[in-house]
Design a protein around this ligand. Structure first.
Ligand SMILES: [Zn+2]
Length: 140
């Protein structure tokens, strides 16, 4: 758990990436991206490990299930045009495994790329209420 890792910091509740936690398991945490855009989740290992190939089998299975539940929860709660996912491993948080699971809302301008999801007319909702509804999908 290096002090310099922004995702480890997030799991301690500090730093620029802290957002509402949707579900927290023994190996995996699901949280919503901070900011106004609704429907952008991160699936992260608790353990500081950089890439998919570095996960244990248990972590990989936990990540897969969490991403699947997250996608179904987003579909059910937001009725988006589509739900996308990516494991890129680039940018600010590249040293700690994280999988993006996010919606493309209906009405998103066609010229926006598939990972460029927010625009001035994008829907806005109460994120804490949304995350509470998303959390319910992880029960059981
Ligand atoms: Zn880390």
């Amino acid at each position: 758990m290096p002090d310099s890792c922004v995702i480890c910091a997030k799991h301690r509740g500090t730093g620029p990436l802290v957002g509402p936690v949707v579900w927290a398991g023994e190996l995996v945490v699901v949280s919503h991206r901070p900011g106004a855009f609704p429907g952008y989740l991160f699936v992260e290992t608790r353990r500081h490990v950089a890439n998919l190939d570095g996960l244990t089998e248990a972590e990989a299975l936990g990540v897969a299930r969490a991403a699947w539940v997250a996608a179904r929860a987003l579909r059910a709660e937001l009725e988006p045009e589509s739900v996308h996912s990516a494991m890129a491993g680039r940018g600010l948080a590249r040293a700690h495994f994280h999988q993006h699971v996010f919606v493309r809302h209906r009405g998103t301008p066609g010229e926006l790329g598939w990972m460029d999801v927010d625009w001035p007319g994008a829907p806005r909702v109460d994120l804490d209420l949304l995350c509470g509804r998303l959390s319910a999908h992880f029960a059981g």
